[in-house]
Design a protein around this ligand. Structure first.
Ligand SMILES: Cc1cc2nc3c(=O)[nH]c(=O)nc-3n(C[C@H](O)[C@H](O)[C@H](O)COP(=O)(O)OP(=O)(O)OC[C@H]3O[C@@H](n4cnc5c(N)ncnc54)[C@H](O)[C@@H]3O)c2cc1C
Length: 455
């Protein structure tokens, strides 16, 4: 049962703190976020979003938007704000002939993948299936398919957007092109996207998976080798580096479960022989604890990391971009990943191939379309360890900062909104983004994000 809290014009339910289901509805993936909205507006379409935004403006309420709820941000909001919940906007419609898909602004990747893979198609998106397409796309969107087909935004054809003033508009290259430019990387700064339309590509249904794992004692040499190997891969082979415990997966020898070390993770979308050659080359070069490869359904690849990223994870993330893992960088990485807790991790993926083929100015994506994006994730289920995890993430970031090409990092992996280096993230694009913000959200109603101040 839900309350009948009066938001004029809303057809979806509105939850108050006293309503059943409130605690579940306010919870986010990141267990560090424990905020208490005064109202949760569960929107069923653009009309509901417009009504909720109008209500917030007239009542002077702060507004936060929840797409998939997977944001790593940990901003502290004063109790009583309005949470605009898009979870019900999750319809996915595939056009297999045109190879396009339209999905609601609150769709989870699992639902998008299931619908598109039914036709042997896919759009590049993230690597954990309960992530929302909303936040992921608006920040850029990197996934296993990105070396082949680009970032998620590089496959975005159009959006339906509710602007802060309540107007419902479309954004594409043809309609509101400046808004469309800003939405592709500028986060949720300009409006609430109620529908995304993407270009699709033939993928799978079976792809190749591989992992090479070197123990922590030899991390520095392995990390340097991994970075060199990734640059040699054909576009059909994709993947990244995970400085994390070896998973207790069937392909990992039991004696190495939870071993500390550094992994090179590979996904092959082309000729299986190309993928096998990449795994073999990495194993020969690094003499790993173990190396494994196997065919895998694409949908299983997309869900493989879900178990390591459960709802409620306490995660403090910082990020930056590096050009390469030089010997100096490798030494810093080895030292700091050697100090991580068993549950913390550092991830790095290369921005190259199809990602680099898109001109930097074509979208508002924050950061270079080259080099390595790094995410430093302090994670521990025990709240008593929150400070230690935060300090580790901050310490690792500070040690890497002298080598960074952009210290702000990939905007989707900026956890500390209070200290977000927005100017760094969007270096070179900030003036244009501020003008778009001034045009579409001059009052900065949508500010619970890596916030761009209106010009
Ligand atoms: C475990 C984990 C794995 C991840 N893996 C990847 C990965 O492989 N690749 C990658 O690129 N990123 C990855 N990310 C980062 C992820 O892209 C971001 O956390 C993203 O913001 C999540 O989107 P969401 O809609 O689920 O989050 P939310 O917390 O709901 O939203 C995040 C931000 O986006 C805004 N927003 C969301 N939806 C909309 C909308 N429809 N309209 C307007 N604004 C909206 C929100 O206001 C908020 O500011 C991962 C994050 C986690 C926690």
């Amino acid at each position: 049962m839900t309350s009948t809290a009066p938001i004029t014009g809303m057809t979806g339910p509105v939850l108050l703190p006293t309503d059943p289901g409130y605690d579940e509805a306010r919870s986010m993936w990141n267990g560090l976020i424990d905020h208490r909205p005064g109202l949760i507006a569960r929107c069923t379409g653009p009309h509901d979003v417009a009504a909720a935004l109008a209500f917030a403006r007239s009542a002077g309420l702060e507004v936060a938007v929840r797409g998939g709820g997977h944001g790593v941000w940990t901003a502290r909001l004063e109790p009583g704000f309005l949470l605009l919940d898009l979870a019900a906007l999750n319809t996915v419609e595939v056009d297999p002939v045109e190879r396009t898909v339209r999905c609601g602004g609150g769709t989870l990747l699992a639902d998008l993948d299931a619908a598109t893979q039914a036709h042997g198609l896919a759009v590049p998106a993230g690597t954990v299936s309960n992530t929302g397409i909303g936040g992921l796309t608006l920040g850029g969107g990197w996934g296993w398919l990105s070396r082949l087909y680009g970032l998620t935004i590089d496959n975005l054809l159009s959006c339906e957007v509710v602007l802060p003033d309540g107007r419902v508009v479309r954004a594409s290259d043809a309609e509101n092109p400046e808004l469309f430019w800003g939405l592709r990387g500028g986060g949720g700064n300009f409006g609430v996207v109620t529908e995304f339309e993407f270009r699709l590509h033939p993928v799978g249904p079976v792809i190749q998976f591989g992992m090479v794992f070197v123990e922590q004692a030899r991390a520095a040499a392995a990390l340097q080798a991994y970075d060199e190997l990734m640059r040699e891969w054909p576009a059909s082979v994709s993947g990244g580096i995970a400085c994390a415990a070896a998973p207790p997966a069937p392909f990992v020898p039991a004696q190495h479960h939870f071993a500390a070390g550094v992994a090179l993770v590979l996904a092959g979308f082309g000729d299986p022989a190309e993928h096998a050659a990449a795994v073999k080359a990495a194993a020969e070069r690094t003499a790993p604890l173990f190396a494994a490869e196997a065919p895998l359904p694409y949908v299983a690849l997309q869900q493989m990391l879900d178990a390591a990223a459960l709802h409620g994870t306490r995660d403090y993330t910082k990020g930056l971009y590096l050009d390469a893992i030089t010997p100096d960088v490798a030494a810093v990485l080895a030292e700091w990943t050697g100090r991580r807790s068993p549950t913390a991790q550092l991830l790095a993926f290369r921005l190259d191939q199809a990602i680099s083929a898109v001109p930097d100015a074509a979208t508002a994506f924050g950061g270079p379309r080259t080099g390595l994006a790094v995410a430093i994730e302090g994670i521990d289920p025990d709240p008593a360890q929150d400070a230690a995890e935060r300090d580790w993430a901050r310490g690792t970031w500070a040690a890497l900062r002298p080598y960074a090409t952009n210290a702000g990092g990939y905007v989707n992996l900026v956890g500390d909104l209070e200290n977000a280096l927005v100017d760094d993230v969007y270096a070179g694009k900030l003036d244009r983004l501020r003008r778009v913000k001034a045009q579409y959200d001059p009052e900065n109603l949508l500010h619970v994000n890596a916030n761009i101040a209106p010009a």
